[in-house]
Design a protein around this ligand. Structure first.
Ligand code: EPZ
Length: 428
């Protein structure tokens, strides 16, 4: 078992490059199952969830060839339907994109019920609603999702009851080779939904409107291989933006699409943070007191739920009252207990956390999920003293070379075995 050890209190200064987006890479990797040809995927992040996704495909008979650390050739010509290994499938959420991909390619699908971060109940009823609208039967039986159609999927009109990234992506995957026209209303508008649509269109699909709340798909008989580069990870970028603010640093974050970060940048500016933008970079600095603010997480382009734990650290550091409302998931405040260990002055009332600010103290804490783990890193960097973070495998699911990237901008941070107790970092 390993932990992260941080000697915090120093400003982060310098430049950090952003990797490919986890939540775009995963559906695109699974989407390759639709294609009886070779696809070359570039700008892949080196993260655990990508490794697991490629292992799942390999177990299904898909040919995987790493061209370099961020480029993979995926040839699903001989993929076998229903052969994804449950032991891997139930460790990540994105495995459920196999449902749409198998249904779209084979007209049937059998995939284990997905895993993923624990934010309370995470149903998949909208996914099943979409598959059924396309003419498939779709049921959860014995820990698996079984879907099938006798005479092929037929285009349909689907109006989602709520905005769901996963369901939007899954129905796009299933519908792109369905017979006829499909219209998805109340669709998610996240950049990674657009990225998947662009990938599928590069393979010969006919998808319009991705990025709006209405997506129109004309089914095509087959897809062909392509070469496609994943968009930059806006959540990784936002995480480092907040780390710059939390440490009163000055970070230039490169290889980003600033437009994707508009809501995060606006919130940081409200708190007194300086955010400058270029074509493919943002520069974040703070040379004054943080101001309190109020945030409500919303589907894109609103404030991202995946940036919710990170901004809570700034709310702990700012003097005054801030409120943080989680409106996307049932319960994404499990990490607040870890903030209390660090002396945070915060109360949770249902889906709203109320912060009185006033600072944090270094402590031994743990990552309760991927983004909460990143928030603990930010907290450790922000406060003087030694912070230790356990459960760091959760962080490594979604952050590419986090420690190396932070060390390069002055962070006193390292990974060590839990049993080691030597002081790994020299005193300042
Ligand atoms: C994706 O999860 C992301 N995961 C999450 O990122 C992200 O937080 C979320 O989208 C929202 O942006 C991946 O892309 C692998 P949803 P997903 O379907 O698809 C409810 C991270 O840190 N819902 O948009 O599961 C659901 O319970 C991870 O990278 C239904 O009720 O999110 C939630 O309350 C964490 N029925 C809300 O909708 C359904 O059929 C939004 O979920 C589907 C969803």
């Amino acid at each position: 078992m390993e932990k992260i050890v941080i000697h915090g209190g120093s400003p982060l200064v310098g430049t950090i490059g952003i990797s490919g987006m986890k939540n775009a890479a995963l559906p695109i990797i699974m989407g390759c199952v639709l294609v009886k040809d070779e696809c070359i995927i570039e700008n892949l992040p080196e993260i655990h969830d990508v490794t697991v996704s490629l292992q799942i495909l390999e177990a299904m008979g898909v040919k995987i060839r790493m061209i370099d650390r961020n480029t993979v050739a995926i040839d699903a010509t001989h993929a076998q339907c229903g052969s994804s290994p449950l032991g891997l499938v139930n460790t990540i959420r994105a495995s459920y994109y196999l449902m749409g991909a198998e249904l779209g390619r084979f007209g049937r699908s059998r995939v284990g019920y997905p895993g993923g971060c624990d934010f309370g109940v995470r149903p998949i009823d909208q996914h099943l609603k979409g598959f059924r609208a396309l003419g498939a039967t779709a049921d959860i039986v014995g820990g698996y999702v079984d879907a099938s159609t006798e005479d092929g999927l037929k285009g349909s009109h689907i109006f989602f009851d709520l905005v769901s990234v996963g369901a939007t992506i899954n129905v796009m995957l299933a519908a792109c080779m369905a017979e006829g026209f499909t219209e998805i209303e109340n669709a998610a508008k996240e950049p990674h939904v657009v990225d998947l649509a662009n990938f599928l269109n590069a393979c010969g699909a006919d998808i319009k409107g991705a990025g709006t709340d209405t997506i129109r798909i004309n089914g095509v008989p087959s897809l062909h291989g392509c070469t496609y580069a994943i968009i930059p990870d806006m959540i990784e970028a936002g995480t480092y933006m907040i780390a710059a603010a939390a440490t009163h640093g000055d970070l230039t974050i490169t290889d980003v699409i600033p437009k994707h970060l508009d809501c995060v940048s606006a919130k940081l500016r409200e708190m007194g943070v300086t955010v400058e933008e270029g074509d493919d970079w943002v520069r974040v600095s703070l040379d004054r007191e943080l101001k309190p603010t109020n945030v409500k997480t919303m589907p894109y382009p609103g404030y991202p739920t995946d940036m919710q734990p990170q901004i809570s650290i700034l709310m702990c550091l700012a003097k005054g009252t801030s409120t943080l409302r989680e409106s996307v998931f049932d319960n994404r405040f499990r990490y607040i207990d870890e903030l209390l260990r660090m002396g945070a002055n915060v109360k949770v009332d249902g889906k709203t956390a109320i912060f009185q600010g006033g600072g944090l103290t270094a402590a031994r804490v743990r990552a309760v999920d991927l983004r909460a783990g990143a928030a603990m890193v930010i907290a450790g960097l922000a406060v003087a003293g030694r912070t230790e973070i356990d459960n760091i495998h959760l962080i490594e699911r979604g952050y590419d070379h986090l420690i190396e990237k932070l060390q390069a901008v002055g962070a006193m941070i390292a990974k060590m075995d839990v049993k080691e107790s030597v002081t790994i970092l020299q005193a300042e």
